[in-house]
Every structure is written in C-alpha cells, then in structure tokens.
Design a protein around this ligand. Structure first.
Ligand code: NDP
Length: 257
C-alpha cells in the first residue's frame, strides 16, 4: 500500500547492515519506525539520525517478542534479524552454533510473525516482509544456513495461502552478497573471514536492499511482490561442479576385486 505517515513499521536486526538501512529508508518515506535489536547504543545513534523508536530486543526472548506484538500496532514487519554461525561445513559445526542459528533465523522469526499477525488481521491491514537469502533457493556449501533460509522461503509461501482473504501481504527478500557485518559475526577464524569477504566484486549495499524493500512495501495494495531476488551483477548462482574424488582409484580397485 503506498506508504503514509500513519503506517507503523517494526524492523528487527535494526542495529546494523540491511536492517539499519531499512530504518533509514522507511523514515525517509515518513513511516513511523520501531527499530529493534540487542545493541541499544547503535539504535540510539540511529534514532538520533532518523527519529525511529528504539527497542532493546533479543528476538530469541519469546515473552518480549509476544509483548511487542501486543503493544505496537505493527502494519509492516521487516523480519530481518539473522545470523550465519556454523556457516561452513555442517560436520564440523559447533553444536551450540547450530541451535543458535536455527533459533535466531527460523524459530524467532516465526514467533515474530505470530506476535504481529493477530493485530494485523483485526485491523485488516498488514505486510510481513521476511528476510531470506539466495541460499534459500540455490545450493551452496552452507547447508545449515541454507536450511534456515529455506524454511523462511516456505514460511513466506505458505503464509500467503493461510492469509488468503485477510488482505495481509507477505513478501520474501532474497539477497545475494551484501556488504554488512554478517560475515564478521558468522566467522571467528580470521584467515577464513578474510578469504570469505574478499570477493573482489562490487557487492550490493544495505541501502540497495532497503530501496528494494521500500519498493515492495510501497506497491499498490492490489500488488503482492511475493519474492524479490537482489544479487550483485558480478555474482551468479547455480551450475554444477566437477570435483574428482581423491580416493576414487582405490575405490575402483576395491570394486574390481
Ligand atoms: P548484520 O550482521 O549487519 O545484521 C544482523 C542484525 O541482526 C543485527 O542488527 C543484529 O543486531 C541482529 N540480530 C542478530 N541476532 C539477534 C538477536 N538474537 N536478537 C535481535 N537482533 C539480532 O547482517 P545483515 O544486515 O547482512 O543481515 C540481515 C539479514 O540479511 C539476516 O537475516 C541475514 O541472514 C540476511 N542476509 C544477509 C546477506 C549478506 O550477504 N549480508 C545475504 C542474504 C541474506 P544485534 O546484534 O544488535 O542484536
């Protein structure tokens, strides 16, 4: 629905990266914006710059999330908070990182939707924007993270069906590589981190993603942009790889016996 100053948005993960840029962009459109994250000092700085309303919130705190749904008349949810711990191989992943990533990216995002939907349905007005990833759609050697974003992909699609007749819109955003703190939080090993962030391409910026989100939420009410993939021009996904198995000869020998 074309944005208006009476619209109320809630942006989670607003203390950096895509969330922070989305707060800025929505405030520029005149929307009332509630900005939520754990690093409240960052949010206070953002509030000074934009006039957003600050909420210190851990999205894994179920009671606090439920309270937010009861106290803020959210019209637009930018369900963005997320992490990528255990981003490398699943078989070496730290057990706690697996739990943390699933809880943050999937369970907490679902509870956030659960918290705001009753109010949206009562008021007959609402838009859920779920932050997914291209890794929800294409294979990559990041199985756990891909699985969490795959869940958000399915959540978004199925919500469209569940919410038929309510007038509530649901959109999924699928960014490729965006320059944020995401990998700094995801990867502890400095060498691995340096390799991962050294893409030598011109990456998408948080402001680019925020502009796409504004496009999605500003569309006429009759239009539901269900999915939006936004990737660097210099990045592609998919294709197949041919990687010889180092012990293949031995394997074949065994079979020949
Ligand atoms: P950042 O690390 O810059 O931002 C992540 C945000 O999530 C921070 O504001 C952080 O706030 C918040 N967050 C993390 N855990 C919690 C928590 N438990 N409670 C509340 N807030 C939390 O990364 P991005 O901006 O890149 O990430 C935003 C979203 O975009 C994520 O869902 C990510 O998966 C997705 N994405 C990112 C891509 C990229 O290339 N950067 C590509 C595709 C998708 P705080 O720590 O202050 O709580």
């Amino acid at each position: 629905m074309p944005l208006s100053p009476t619209d109320v948005a809630l942006v989670t993960g607003a203390s950096s990266g895509i969330g922070e840029a989305t707060v800025v962009a929505l405030r520029q459109c005149g929307v009332v914006v509630h900005a939520a994250a754990r690093r409240v000092d960052r949010l206070e700085d953002l509030a000074e710059r934009t006039g957003c309303i600050v909420h210190e919130l851990d999205v894994r705190d179920r009671e606090a999330v439920a309270r937010i749904g009861e106290t803020i008349p959210v019209d637009i949810l930018i369900n963005n908070a997320g992490i990528g711990r255990a981003l490398g191989s699943l078989w070496t992943a730290d057990i706690d990182d697996i739990e943390l990533t699933i809880d943050t990216n999937v369970t907490s995002a679902i509870h956030m939707v659960r918290a705001v939907l009753p109010g949206m349905i009562d008021r007959g007005k609402g838009h859920i924007v779920n932050m997914s990833s291209v890794l929800a759609l294409y294979p990559a050697p990041a199985a756990l993270y891909g699985a969490t974003k795959g869940a958000i992909h399915k959540l978004s699609r199925d919500l469209r069906q569940e919410l038929q007749g309510t007038g509530i819109r649901v959109s999924e955003i699928n960014p490729g590589r965006v320059t944020t703190e995401f990998y700094n939080v995801a990867i502890d090993d400095e060498e691995q981190l340096a390799k991962t962030i050294d893409t030598r391409i011109e990456e998408v910026t948080p402001a680019d993603v925020a502009a796409s989100i504004v496009h999605v939420v500003d569309a006429p009410w009759r239009v539901n942009i269900s999915q939006l993939e936004i990737v660097p021009t210099e990045q592609t996904y998919g294709g197949s790889q041919f990687v010889p198995f180092k012990r293949r000869a031995r394997q074949s020998e065994k079979e020949a016996l």
